[in-house]
Unconditional design. Sequence first.
Length: 384
Amino acid sequence: MRRMTFVFFAITALLALMSWSALYHSRLARRLPGLAHLQGCDGRPVPACSVVIAARDEEARIARTIEHLLKQEGVELKIIVVDDRSTDGTSAILKRFAQQEPRVQVKRVDVLPEGWLGKCHACHVGASMVTTEWILFSDADCWIKPDAVRRALLVAEREKVEHVTLTPGVMPGSAASQGWHLAFLITMASWVANVNRDRPKAYLGIGAFNLVQTAIYRKFGGHEALRLTVVDDLKLGLLVRRAGGRTRGFIGGDDVTCDWGLTVRGVVKVMEKNYFATVDFRVIPAVGVSIIGPVTWLAALAGPFTGTLWGIAAGLALLSLSLPAMVFARRLRWSMRGALLTPFAFPLLYYAMLNSVLVTLKQGGIRWRDTFYSLQAIRAGRVR
């Protein structure tokens, strides 16, 4: 009995700490400010910016992505799309845009050089064409709100930072899909808040919206320094910090919406390549999260059925994860239904990590954009 009491006490403390931490960090994990909240900055001119997109077999989405970028307001924007060995109709779509719209430049990559990940090489090729003061790296399946680039540039000017990044938003979808997205934001809250506090070791970068000053990007070596880094977006933020730059992070919401993650299969598939990489392909931490997380969650779920005080407390601590979820749901202008389901969405994140580990180890590496990279190669080439 004493052992069970101690276990439930520990679970209660752990989950309560998670909720408190997310609530604490949520104060600095906010949405990108609107023009009305930029203290008079909205009337100022902003520097020119080039958007670099690495696209491979994106015929279903690339046209919509470019159309959203062409609607950006109040900023001189160039759009550089690198066609990374596409075999579908992507090339024809990009050729049409380049012929009709002078702001769109297209570069075709037919052969991937040795020692590069496909996306990293495509970003490197695109960035080499940039002549503007700022570069925005975004994904081919992400749609950016018309005033988001301008607002991000104004924030960079106001905060005097060299890097602005936004978490990927998703379509509101069902309450269940909202629940997993809110769970994801809870896990990201400390990352976002710590870069906004300028903590010395804090860094963040997200592929959906990675806006970086060209000078500091060149200073740290650009994507050539990230050539074999799977989570190149995240480690871009690390290299910005090492080069003496600062980052501001925000919750993306509808400012940058991504066409993925609306189904369980979609979430797990998207995270298959990345999740193991976020812990630098270290097996023990990854497996620890994949096992301790679900065990803790199941024990907390079962706790109230034991009829013991600490068992009930563990169940309530699990439900308390709805509180920070409610904060983020309100900022996203979502209903509270998804927030109430958030405590039950965490197993999906644990499973995604476990799946990422198992698939990577079974394959002996990762398959990305139809190219296989051995685990030995990407471990040797990663940025630490």
